[in-house]
Design a protein around this ligand. Structure first.
Ligand code: AFP
Length: 307
């Protein structure tokens, strides 16, 4: 049987400080997963957006911030769960943007959720092209980690015998060009009529199968492995969509485009969209290149009544 390649071995070829930061992030997983059963139901308040913050959201955010700060490699941490960015160490090389627990409303139903992180060398304003690395962890029936540090997209699974190590599962991932699945967030009656017709064609014309789990990381993993289309689109209620450019869209756009997919904000690639406000939301379209090319001809941006 072939020897397994661990995450630590795989990141060895990277610049040492980035490798050490990534390995530290990977090594947090055991402690984080151990907390899940103990903090399933609690609510710890609301975040800066007025969204309910589960007890687990708050715990994971604090835990990750402490571990990142202890590396001495992080200058500043931006998090969906922090009102202000955490200034850590002025002379450190990296700035981290994270959604510590994406999909936390899936906790009580035991559906997938995860952690999304973008690692920059520079502070805002940035585009996704400034990312030194992106990664996400998916806490599902198994625990996987996907990272992209500019040398391809690679997936790891926590070792089959339950040890803390992540072992290489897929190297240099590329999404399938044809076929696949689709997932669409939000309320269809709030989309533009044109986007609703496009959505119906995903079934009628492209013959895609519906797969939607309600956590971006879980829905993203579906199309990364199977190809297809995922969107949390513009709607009348939320013309800018629901997901955040800095914490969610940009890190995942780097992974998806480097895996051969395409992304769209409604006007440009999500990787090229400039971010100078951590709170800004963006409509979000991820898909096979062919499907995204078709989408570019569709009116997707909804407007509030009277706007
Ligand atoms: P939570 O973290 O509050 O569960 O929200 C998850 C999320 O931000 C993203 O992961 C999903 O794609 C999207 O919201 C699901 O939104 P809906 O609940 O409106 O479908």
């Amino acid at each position: 049987m072939e020897r397994e390649i661990t995450f630590e071995e795989h990141t060895r070829e990277l610049e040492p400080e980035l490798a050490r930061l990534l390995v530290t992030i990977a090594d947090m997983t055991v402690e984080i997963r151990n907390e899940f059963p103990h903090r399933l139901m609690g609510v710890s308040g609301t975040n800066k957006y007025g969204e309910v913050v589960s007890e687990l959201d708050a715990w994971v955010n604090d835990y990750i911030c402490k571990k990142l700060a202890a590396t001495g490699l992080v200058r500043k941490i931006y998090s969906e769960e922090l009102v202000q960015p955490l200034l850590v160490r002025e002379d450190a090389p990296f700035v981290v943007a994270m959604d510590p627990l994406d999909g936390s409303s899936n906790i009580v139903t035991n559906n997938p959720f995860g952690t999304i992180m973008g690692i920059y060398r520079k502070d805002l304003p940035v585009t996704g092209e400034n990312l030194a690395a992106s990664l996400y962890k998916l806490y599902g029936p198994i625990t996987t980690l996907v990272y992209d540090a500019g040398k391809g997209v690679h997936e790891f699974v926590k070792h089959r015998k339950g040890a803390a190590k992540y072992c290489l599962l897929h190297e240099k991932m590329k999404i399938p060009e044809e076929g696949g699945v689709f997932g669409l967030g939000g309320e269809p009656l709030e989309w533009t009529p044109e986007f609703l017709r496009f959505a119906k064609d995903l079934v009628k014309v492209h013959k895609l199968k519906l797969r939607y789990c309600g956590a971006f990381v879980g829905d993203f993993s579906q199309i990364l492995h199977k190809g297809g289309f995922f969107s949390y689109p513009s709607s009348v209620k939320n013309p800018k969509g629901k997901l955040r450019l800095f914490y969610e869209a940009q890190p995942m756009a780097k992974i998806f485009e480097d895996a051969g997919g395409a992304t769209w904000s409604g006007s440009e690639s999500l990787l090229k969209t400039k971010c100078d406000d951590v709170n800004v939301r963006t409509p979000l379209y991820f898909g096979n290149k062919k499907i995204i090319e078709l989408l570019k001809g569709v009116k997707t941006v909804a407007h509030k009544e009277g706007e």
